[in-house]
Write a protein that binds this ligand. Structure first.
Ligand code: PMP
Length: 406
């Protein structure tokens, strides 16, 4: 790969070259949804211009091409995650659907009194599906504590694990705090307790490939749209042995082997979990996004992101009354913060007037907000296409807001 050069990267993201409210756009909301490089848009346009057809059933050339693109994309994801085989890669709508699929799939194995462990920093997508399945099965959701820095309390985790623990479902990276959790250790301990491990990788994969075999987790989920790919598609990785045992998630076409009114048998993996016509073009787009990421100088990219965050931290410390929520040792470049005397949503509105897009609110992590005893945060999330100049302009704007409004 050629050395990482943010100015060259920015040429691949045409959307960033626009003005918003009369100011050059500064997009700092990639943790909510990332922008797409031109090659992703082109791959999707090319698909609709040339190859569009349904998959797996065409007795014709376009059907073959659509299928090749769709299944080729599955291979790309398999390699990105280092899964053993592409049959372990299930297409879903996103992280949310992936976790719902697993929760439903494991439900038949859960009994009254069984325990499901999540953490206090989970996105609602990794809380609510487990609550629903707990309600159905009589199992209990238990919560790993965190400390003031926004790190998991490993002692609390160890204390929760016991013979009744059936599932440990945790995020690899917090969307609010940016904390990188020690999932290797969490998985090892969960396995020793005989529990399934479900890792929410939504905020982890935008920062590089993942090795699910090295992690040895049972399930891993992510969304394409945070990984510079299109919306509407995501991935569930699962170990074959578990996916084989789990019942189908939805019924319909594609997922069956043979249907009769007496008895229906199901298709092989991964199709057993993919009822109906899938998001074909989106799969092609996601593969293009992964190819784009994989071709970058990854060490350079990580160093760039790190530099952005360090600069942000340095500038943040100079603003009176600014408090960073999430000060873990290991972080991705995501900064949640509050400014005394200002509501987060006002910070968002005032920044938008300056062309700066951040996210404000509870970030789908209400239990975490409650623990910190705050209504929400302002969150600036940095991605590979952001620059030091943008970080400086964000904090110039925040300094001004702090002076004028507090
Ligand atoms: N988990 C985490 C950590 C997230 O950040 C998000 C998206 N904000 C999700 C799950 C849900 O992803 P999606 O909405 O794409 O299903």
């Amino acid at each position: 790969a050629t050395p990482f050069d943010v100015n060259r990267i920015r040429q691949d993201f045409g959307i960033l070259q626009q003005s918003v409210n009369g100011k050059p756009l500064i997009y700092l909301d990639s943790a909510a949804s990332a922008q797409k490089p031109e090659c992703v848009i082109q791959a999707m346009t090319h698909y609709y211009h040339n190859d569009n057809a349904n998959v797996h059933r065409g007795a014709h050339t376009l059907g073959d091409r659509a299928t090749a693109g769709f299944e080729g994309a599955r291979k790309t994801v398999q390699q990105f995650l280092n899964a053993r085989e592409s049959a372990e890669i299930i297409w879903v709508r996103g992280t949310t659907e992936a976790i719902n699929l697993v929760a439903n799939g494991l439900a038949p194995e859960l009994e009254a009194g069984d325990e499901i462990i999540v953490s206090r920093m989970e996105h609602h997508a990794n809380i609510v599906p487990w609550q629903l399945v707990a309600e159905r099965t009589g199992s209990i959701v238990r919560v790993i504590d965190i400390n003031e820095a926004g790190e998991l309390d490993l002692e609390s985790y160890k204390n929760l694990l016991n013979a009744k623990t059936r599932v440990v479902a945790v995020t690899q990276v917090s969307n609010v705090l940016g904390t990188i959790n020690p999932v290797n250790e969490l998985i090892t301990l969960a396995k020793a307790a005989g529990a399934y491990t479900v890792i929410d990788g939504a905020q982890r994969v935008p920062h590089g490939s993942v090795d699910v075999q090295a992690l040895d987790c049972d399930f891993y989920a992510f969304s394409s749209h945070k990984l510079f790919g299109p919306t509407g598609i995501g991935v569930l990785y699962g170990k074959r042995e578990h996916l084989e045992r789990m019942p189908p998630y939805q019924g319909g076409g594609e997922m069956i082997e043979r249907v009769s009114f007496e008895k229906t048998t199901f298709n092989v993996l991964p199709y057993k979990f993919e009822a109906g016509t899938p998001a074909i073009c989106e799969a092609v787009g996601l593969a293009a996004a992964i190819d784009y990421m994989q071709a970058l100088d990854r060490t350079g990219m990580a160093a760039h992101e790190q530099k952005l965050y360090e600069l942000a931290q340095e500038r943040a410390e100079k603003i009176t009354g600014l408090r960073i929520i999430g000060t873990a040792e290991q972080k991705v470049p995501v900064m949640s913060f509050l400014i005394d005397g200002l509501h987060p949503s006002d910070i968002g509105t005032l920044l938008d007037q300056q062309g700066i897009g951040i996210r404000t609110g509870h970030h789908c992590a209400m239990p975490l907000m409650e623990w910190f005893n705050i209504p929400g945060t302002a969150r600036a999330s940095f991605a590979l296409y952001n620059t030091e100049d943008e970080v400086n302009r964000l904090f110039d704007a925040l300094e001004k807001i702090q002076r004028l409004f507090t």
